[in-house]
Design a protein around this ligand. Structure first.
Ligand code: WQD
Length: 342
């Protein structure tokens, strides 16, 4: 029987994790999903199973529970780890920093200790463009662009996570690490069976747009239109979540080919900047619906504009984003409608 290529996917029931599980299975890997459903639901696992047409390996585990986590490594011969499980609400992290340091840093350390204990060499870390802070003046960031002090405990856990991984590799252990810095993931699987499940009031733009359009929320507020950008609203690098998922498959393939320990950082974005107003206009075009929105004051902590230089992603892991902004907005809207109709 062919040796199974078990890949531990922590947070695999989450927004990016679930889409990555689908792409891993499509590419012949066997994900072992662990999740404690703090920011997702079993429904997402059902959606994945419908898409891939097979049963998933899932364990309801909190990564900050070391014993439960270690038991997974004795049960399965894990070949790689993709570590998504973390709390990610910027605002919440300001009000509850200890929750973020305990879960995001504690969970990473548990995963790393297990990786070393059970000789797992391939490790992908879910990082974020938040580590750059506000790239004042320059709008495109490369992996070498300077980092600023994180403006939230959430962002600090990503910067610390990268530092921990880099120090562990430098200590001479047998570990290959790829650190993916996500820009702004949006959209959903084209089937509408999995997508972004914001619990409570969404913080991020796209779920706010689709929940306003479907009538759950009354009106979208555009946080500021006096920025120094062409239409006055903030610019981001919005990447289709399926393209982002594919970057993990390409990244894992690259890691498996490396013979020596390594620590590499890669920006995962489209390389294109899109403003808030452009997102709204794209939504109205693909949905045929008029969105109820108004300009409001700037949101504290927002960066004026940032988008990725994706040269390294192309050259190192041979990956680039394939889907368009319209694909992402259309898929996000399709998901919202299916979610509410079911
Ligand atoms: C995008 C733009 C808002 C809502 C955050 C995290 C980052 C990553 C992605 C985890 C901004 C504007 C938003 C609204 C608006 N998360 N906006 N009205 O802040 O770029 O990044 O999510 O990894 O780490 O920092 O994303 O979607 O919140 O905002 O005008 O109701 O949309 O001002 O310009 P952000 P976002």
């Amino acid at each position: 029987m062919e040796e199974k290529n078990y890949i531990l996917v922590t947070g695999g029931a989450g927004f990016i994790g679930s889409h990555t599980v689908v792409e891993l299975i499509k590419n012949g890997k066997t994900p072992v999903i662990i999740d404690d459903f703090r920011n997702s639901s079993r429904e997402m696992l059902n959606g994945i199973e419908k898409i891939v047409g097979s049963e998933l390996i899932f364990h309801n585990i909190d990564v900050s529970n070391k014993n439960d986590l270690a038991a997974i490594f004795t049960k399965y011969s894990i070949n790689g780890i993709i570590h998504f499980a973390a709390d990610k609400a910027v605002g919440e992290s300001v009000n509850n920093p200890l929750k973020y340091y305990k879960n995001n840093i504690g969970g990473l350390i548990n995963c790393l200790e297990c990786a070393l204990e059970f000789n797992v060499e391939n490790f992908l870390f879910s990082s974020s463009c938040t580590v750059y802070g506000d790239p004042e003046g320059s709008t495109t960031v490369t992996e070498e662009s300077p980092q600023q002090d994180a403006n939230s405990p959430y962002g600090a856990t990503k910067q610390m996570g990268e530092r921990i991984l880099s120090d562990v590799v430098k200590s001479g252990v047998n570990l290959k690490v790829l650190n993916l810095r996500y820009f702004n993931p949006i959209g959903a699987h084209e089937s509408g069976l999995i997508g972004e499940l914001p619990i409570g009031r969404p913080n991020n733009l796209l779920p706010y747009v689709t929940q306003t359009a479907i009538g759950i929320l009354e009106k979208l507020t555009v946080f500021g239109n006096t920025y120094n950008t062409p239409d006055g609203t903030c610019i981001r690098d919005y990447i289709h979540v399926v393209d982002l998922a594919d970057a993990h498959v390409s990244g894992l393939d690259w890691l498996e080919k490396q013979s020596n320990s390594t620590f590499e950082i890669v920006n995962v974005g489209t390389g294109r900047g899109t403003s808030v107003l452009e997102i709204i206009h794209t939504f109205e075009k693909v949905s045929g619906k008029q969105l109820n929105w108004e300009f409001g004051v700037k949101r504290i902590g927002d960066v004026e504009q940032i988008f990725a230089d994706v040269t390294k992603a192309k050259n190192l892991i041979h990956w680039d984003a394939k889907k368009s902004m319209e694909d992402a907005v259309r898929d996000a809207w399709n998901w919202e409608q299916k979610l509410r109709n079911d």
